[in-house]
Design a protein. Structure first.
Ligand code: PSU
Ligand code: MN
Length: 315
C-alpha cells in the first residue's frame, strides 16, 4: 500500500524544533468557496498565520495520502479540483485505500494535526448538532472528535444552521471546554453573539495558551473550542441571516438532503440567499481565526509547551 500519512519536511522540522505551527483545514476552503475565490482565501490564511509568527500547515488527502503541510499547488488542486471528497473521520480509510483526493473536515484535520504533533488548528465554524436532530440523529463527527482528540480549534463558534443550544450540551457531555475569546457568549459565525453563554472566557492569546497547557498538564484528552467572534465591521444583519438560514433548512428538508451533503447544501443556500455577503464574512472570519491561532501557538511556545511527541515509524 502507498504511504497513507505524510508530514511535509518543513512542518516536521518546525514541530521538532518546538516552533509555532498552525493546522488549517481544506473542507472550508474547497467546499465553502467557488474557485477562484477559494484560492484567495487559502492565500489569505497562509499569509495571516505567517504574519502572526507561525508556520501554516494545510491538511488534506492527496491521491490517498493524508498530508500535513500541503504545498501551495496542492492546496490549489483541492480548492479547484472536481470530485474532491469531503473527508471526515469515517472517510479517511476509504480515501486512502482508493487513492482519492479529499478535503478534510474539522474532525479529520484534528486527527491528522494530532498525529503530526500540532496543538492548534484554525477553521471557520465547527460542525454540530443539526436542527431536527430528534428525527435525523444528525450530529457532526466534529463533536465526537473534540471529545477525544487534544487539539485546540479556533473558530467563530458555529453557524445557526445548527441547533446551537444542543451543540453546547453535547460538548459539555463530552467534556470539551468552550472558551470565549474576549467574549462571554458563543459567537454564531456571521454574527458576534448567539446569546448563549460560554462556560469560560480568555481575554488574549497568553490566557488561551495557559488554558491549553493546563489541559495537557492534567492529561485531559479532549480538544478545546476557542470561540472567536468575527471582526465587528464584518458581521451580518442577524435578522437577514436568520431568514436565509430558515429558508435553507426548509428547502433541505423538502429536498430530503441528509448525511454529509447537508452541511455543504445549507452553506450553498445561505450564500445564495445573501448574495456575496455571507462569503465575504466567511473569508474575513477564517483569516481572523488563523491570526488568533498563530498568536496562541506563539504564546504556547513561549510557555515552553512541547508539541505532542511525534508518533513512531511515520515517514
Ligand atoms: N460549518 C461551516 N463551514 C464549513 C463547515 C462547517 O460553517 O465549512 C465544514 C467543516 O469542514 C466541518 C464540516 O468540519 O463542514 C462539518 O460537516 P458535517 O456537518 O457533515 O460533519
Ligand atoms: Mn452530519
Amino acid at each position: 500500500m502507498e504511504t497513507v500519512f505524510r508530514i511535509a519536511d518543513e512542518v516536521r522540522d518546525a514541530i521538532s524544533a518546538g516552533a509555532p505551527v498552525v493546522a488549517l483545514e481544506t473542507t472550508a476552503v474547497a467546499h465553502g468557496f467557488p474557485s477562484p475565490r477559494s484560492l484567495e482565501v487559502a492565500s489569505g490564511l497562509d499569509r495571516a498565520v505567517r504574519e502572526h509568527g507561525a508556520l501554516p500547515a494545510f491538511v488534506g488527502v492527496l491521491a490517498g495520502t493524508v498530508t500535513v503541510g500541503l504545498e501551495r499547488a496542492e492546496v490549489e488542486r483541492l480548492a479547484t479540483g472536481s470530485g474532491v471528497m469531503k473527508v471526515s473521520r469515517r472517510d479517511l480509510a476509504a480515501a486512502a485505500a482508493t487513492g482519492r483526493d479529499g478535503a478534510t473536515t474539522v474532525a479529520a484535520t484534528m486527527i491528522a494535526a494530532h498525529r503530526a504533533g500540532i496543538a492548534v488548528f484554525a477553521t471557520g465554524g465547527i460542525g454540530g448538532v443539526h436542527r431536527g436532530v430528534d428525527e435525523t440523529l444528525d450530529i457532526s463527527a466534529d463533536l465526537e472528535e473534540l471529545g477525544r482528540t487534544p487539539v485546540a480549534v479556533v473558530c467563530a463558534g458555529a453557524k445557526s444552521i445548527l441547533d446551537l443550544p444542543r451543540t453546547m450540551e453535547y460538548l459539555e457531555t463530552r467534556g470539551v471546554p468552550v472558551v470565549g475569546y474576549d467574549t462571554d457568549t458563543l459567537p454564531a459565525f456571521y454574527v458576534r453573539e448567539s446569546g448563549i453563554a460560554v462556560p469560560h472566557r480568555v481575554d488574549d492569546a497568553e490566557a488561551a495558551a495557559r488554558l491549553i497547557a493546563a489541559q495537557r498538564a492534567l492529561g485531559l484528552t479532549a480538544g478545546i473550542v476557542v470561540a472567536n467572534p468575527l471582526p465587528e465591521g464584518e458581521a451580518l444583519d442577524p435578522v437577514r441571516i436568520e431568514a436565509a438560514i430558515e429558508g435553507a433548512v426548509g428547502s433541505a428538508r423538502a429536498a430530503g438532503i441528509g448525511g454529509k451533503e447537508l452541511t455543504p447544501y445549507l452553506l450553498d443556500r445561505v450564500a445564495e440567499a445573501t448574495g456575496g455577503e455571507s462569503l465575504a464574512a466567511n473569508a474575513a472570519l477564517l483569516v481572523n481565526n488563523a491570526g488568533v491561532a498563530a498568536d496562541i501557538t506563539v504564546a504556547l511556545a513561549g510557555l515552553g509547551v512541547e508539541n505532542a511527541p511525534l508518533p513512531r515509524g511515520e515517514g
